[in-house]
Design a protein. Sequence first.
Length: 326
Amino acid sequence: MTLAVQIDQPGGPEQLKLVDLKVGEPGPGEIRIRHHAIGLNFIDIYQRTGLYPFPMPLTLGMEAAGIVEAVGEGVTHLKVGDRAAYASQPPGAYCEARVMPAKCVCRLPDEIDFETGAAMMLKGLTAQYLLRKVRPVEGLQPGDHVLFHAAAGGVGLIACQWARALGLELIATAGTDAKCRLALDNGATHAINYRSEDFAARVKEITRGQGVKVVYDSVGKDTWDKSLECLRPFGLMASFGSASGPVPPFAPAMLAKGSLYVTRQTLFTHIATRESTQAMADELFGVVRSGQVNIHIAQRFPLAQVQEAHRALEARQTTGSTILTL
């Protein structure tokens, strides 16, 4: 048996309940992993509220790190006793141990501890695909301006550091002056408090009226319209989340001013194969081991306090990464 967090129906944090579940043996292409730490992400809230619907009951969680306990037939890249970490579907990481598909589970380098591994996989792989794969039609070169919303969060702080390593001029937005300072401390070239400043006007000022090549936006409804104003001609609006709510339907004709591009990205398209997952993880592990990117774990909650963790994340009271401890 394993202690796990489940919901029986969509709703608020009060729906999160501790239960005992049976853990079986891995089948073909699966492993059993015993967690040492679990990552908390905004996608967990989308699933809890029903914005991303799943069959019930549902064990939440998409990210964790631990020790491989058993390996199913056909799994060759992992063995019993390996330190491992993952960002993976289906959900189910909020538990002490689980059986899961092996294809998105990666061996965790010895230099990276379990808590860091649990805090970095979903968020770090997201930053990797955004900066390395989701690029404007004209490409990205050192010195180019990009705009990154919610830059003091887990994905944002990784992106700030990674963008600096790539030579990009990252303009960060955040909701408090303290969060703006945090983004600057982690490599952002400029930071805008969107609660006290018109970020679109400030972006135009910073870029001398030209705009940015890409906007990376996980906020959604509240930032959408002004983000489009920030783009230079042929710029790319890259949506990858909806923290403030889904973006309302819009007419494609609104993109005509500037011949703009729009894309809605998900990590799980990028890690759909074993090969792509490992290649992305290798690059992430490389920048972390080199010291170019540090993983900031600013909040830790015991698994039994998962309701409090969800309330803090949903209220945007967190910075950096948040983990659940066992």
